[in-house]
Design a protein around this ligand. Sequence first.
Ligand code: G16
Length: 561
Amino acid sequence: MKIVTVATTAFAGQRPGTSGLRKQVGVFMQPHYLENFVQALFDTLPDKAGQTLVLGGDGRYHNRVAVQTILRMAAANGYARVLVGQGGLLSTPALSAVVRKLGASGGIVLSASHNPGGPDGDFGIKYNIANGGPAPETITEAVYTRTQGITGYTIVEGGTAIDLDTLGTITLGDMTIEVIDPVAIHAQLMASLFDFAAMRAWFAAGHRMQYDAMCAVGGPYAKAVLEGRLGAPAGTVVNGEPLEDFGGHHPDPNPAHAAQLMAAMSGQSAPDFGAASDGDADRNMILGRDFVVTPSDSLAVLAANAHLVPGYRAGLTGIARSMPTSCAADAVAKALGIASYETPTGWKFFGNLLDAGRVTLCGEESYGTGSDHVREKDGLWAVLFWLNLLAATGQSVEQIVRGHWARFGRHYYSRHDWEGVATDRADALVNSLRERLPGLVGTRWPEAGAACVAAGVADADIGAWQIEAADDFAYTDPVDGSVSHKQGLRLLFAGGARIVLRLSGTGTQGATLRVYFERYEADPSRHDLPTQAALAPLIAAAEQIAGLCLRTGLNGPAVIT
Ligand code: G16
């Protein structure tokens, strides 16, 4: 084995965002680009002697090349052992599970999550620490700082390609590479949490399900459990083969991008239960027949019914949600008499709360739900949790959600994504609004009242649509005291309605402005409003207050979920 040091120069912009470093494939394929980032990461971590690293990705274009490179760099940087998913594949939740189960010092996930793949798509890299969760900002910032001063990286030179497809052990110099089957490890973890016998009976009774894996890494995991262990008919999992370009699909499980599943779940002959996961299988979407469950409601429903699931029968310690996620889960926490936490966007902010045992369930509006079984959100886990509830209650998805609303009230919720905004325009919009926040407190928004009337929403005078508080969300981690500023602009109306604006940290082209709307409705006779109509007052107020069309130069949001 010959270790060489290759001279390099720094690339600008290697700062990780909400979830690792994400760029277009062409950027990652530049000579030294990936190597610089990996070397900066290895330089930032303590001594690698005797340490185990877990490595794998969602199989998107460039995954195999990147895995080969990182293996040769890990050997040159002194790792004792690397565990690689077979074929170089690992879902994000499976990586978290493997890091925790096998005592690794950390893991590298190669993924750009729900972003499209292929030669013209996106690529990404993220480091997870020994608890199995995304590295905190202290580490990602240190890595970024190191990338800006890097002058060389070390790597094992040449040699033949390492066989990633055959389970077993290979040596690379002093380092051992173990090609593992993460699907079996994850399936075993799921079996330890859920009532597989009841779920098998649900399928045996003739209930049907469609799981859309979106040609991404989640297919084999879903097939192994649903069609393998639970006896669902073959074909329950569609788009189940991971492809480098996700079959040309946008592997983002929401009603806009999972159009095939939405169509399949419509009509009297549709399956009882529909679900999808994203590129790296950590996101989930839950559907009933002609019925969409919002991610915020999903978290609340899981929390309220956790006692029906073996792994959570002992009760929950607390629930955490990201700030833009609806307050539906808070209502459940209050009813259960347990703590609720509001964190910034990004799964990394849940890690300390989970490690400290303060929360059992976490969730985000961005189709992420998870628990303390790993330190990532987990798409298949959320789907199986729902399946367990269907089997335990005998109810449909819609019945469960409507029952939940009747008990806790309904939190109408929507996110509008303004995509491809020029970065300077997006920054100017957010900065201008931030400066005007103090002056907005106490103001009334007659446009909101007018929008109520136009949308046929009767309560035109709800709190007279007055802004009670407005701020830029800051978070102090209750476990380690670290503070994160500028996490989203909040306009809080009397009566609990909210508008939140923030810039996405996961895009790769221009800026994406996310505008979140939430409004609480206690009255069950008003739980059937079309969501956009129910939120029309807030949507009108946001346009008036922030000047969205004018300042972005766009006619409207590209995606509404
Ligand atoms: C990542 C993070 C999530 C976050 C989401 C959206 O998910 O892990 O915590 O909610 O991005 O972030 P943003 O609004 O900044 O784009 P994923 O599934 O993309 O890894």
